[in-house]
Design a protein around this ligand. Structure first.
Ligand code: ZN
Length: 132
C-alpha cells in the first residue's frame, strides 16, 4: 500500500523555516493509514527539510545564524547563478526526512516539528509526501 501526495509552501524571505507538520498530518489522516511511515521529500536544489524544536523560535534563528557562518552568502563561488550558498545549505540540511506513523499520527518527539527550509527565497515550493 502506498499513497503519494504533494502540497505547496510559500516562503517569505531568503532564508525561511516553515512548519509543515500540519499539512503532512492531514495527508496521513486522509490516507487512512494507521501504522507505517511517512517520507517527506523536497524536490528542490536550494531548499531542504529538517526536524527540530518547535517551541522556541530562537532555536531556528540560531540554526540560521550558524548555517550562515558555515556557508557565507559570498565566498568567491564558481556557480554563475550566484546562489551557491543556498545549494550548499540544501545539501547540508538534506532534502528528505522519514517519520513513523502510529495510530494515524506522526510520531514526533514532544518538542519536534517538521520544517521546510528555504535557502533561496522567497519562492513557491513543493513538498512530496509518500506514505508506506
Ligand atoms: Zn543555482
Amino acid at each position: 500500500m502506498s499513497k503519494q501526495e504533494s502540497f505547496s509552501v510559500k516562503t517569505h524571505s531568503t532564508i525561511d523555516f516553515i512548519k509543515i507538520d500540519s499539512q503532512i498530518q492531514k495527508i496521513v489522516s486522509d490516507s487512512g493509514v494507521k501504522d507505517g511511515a511517512c517520507i517527506i521529500f523536497v524536490p528542490h536544489t536550494t531548499a531542504g527539510v529538517t526536524i527540530n524544536e518547535g517551541a522556541d523560535p530562537d532555536v531556528m534563528r540560531d540554526i540560521e545564524k550558524e548555517l550562515n557562518k558555515i556557508v557565507p552568502f559570498q565566498d568567491n563561488y564558481s556557480h554563475a547563478e550566484g546562489n551557491s550558498a543556498a545549494h550548499i545549505k540544501s545539501s547540508l540540511v538534506g532534502t528528505s526526512e522519514m517519520v513513523i506513523i502510529e495510530k494515524g499520527s506522526l510520531k514526533l518527539g514532544t518538542w519536534q516539528r517538521v520544517y521546510f527550509c528555504e535557502f533561496d527565497g522567497p519562492r513557491n515550493r513543493t513538498v512530496w509526501v509518500r506514505i508506506i
